[in-house]
Write a protein that binds this ligand. Sequence first.
Ligand code: SAM
Length: 197
Amino acid sequence: MPGLGPSKCLSNRYIRKMLSFADAGEQDVFYDVGCGAGQLCVIAAKEFHVKRAIGIDYHKARVRMARKNVREAGVGDRVSIRPGYFEDKRLSDATIVYYGLTEGDDTVDVFEEKLQEGCKLVTLSQPFVGIIPTRVDYPFYLSVIPFKRAKTIEEWVRAVLFRAGGYDELKEELRADPDYYTDLRTLPRLMKKRFQG
Ligand SMILES: C[S@@+](CC[C@H](N)C(=O)[O-])C[C@H]1O[C@@H](n2cnc3c(N)ncnc32)[C@H](O)[C@@H]1O
């Protein structure tokens, strides 16, 4: 299982930007996997009027905090906070998923197995390794199930950096990139898995 993930929480403005970018609305079932204090779910329900919002977090104190925030915001009828690892949960009713955590070895496989076709998945600061996003409004990358795989490293690098380049240029840029928080030791492993089978 991945660790706690970055201690980075989205500001309300970024949350609104992300939900607008994903076209969240009354027809949607929104999931925040790794929901922390639950603020994304609160805004999704209160301001974007999603049908349901579900936050998942394995950290017990954060689950308690998120439940309190949901109650206080008066959206408890449409928001639930579920304790545990998202990798162990059913996600099949999701229409929008926000994933702000570091990509792990099996993250793409987990989502491809659990999410329904057409589900939108928004990642922060980068798309999953080897996956071509459908839309980008930096720092948000939106990919749709079934994921579109890059045929070459260069195709993927262009989708990440918005410029031509290969793997060396990517590493060079990411090393100095304050927005990039994925452990750079994981990247070669994921690149190998996605591009060399
Ligand atoms: C930094 S918070 C992000 C909160 C919120 N999504 C945001 O963007 O503002 C990340 C949370 O993800 C939780 N987390 C990390 N890995 C997880 C996993 N595999 N399953 C469930 N929760 C996880 C952590 O406990 C932490 O509370």
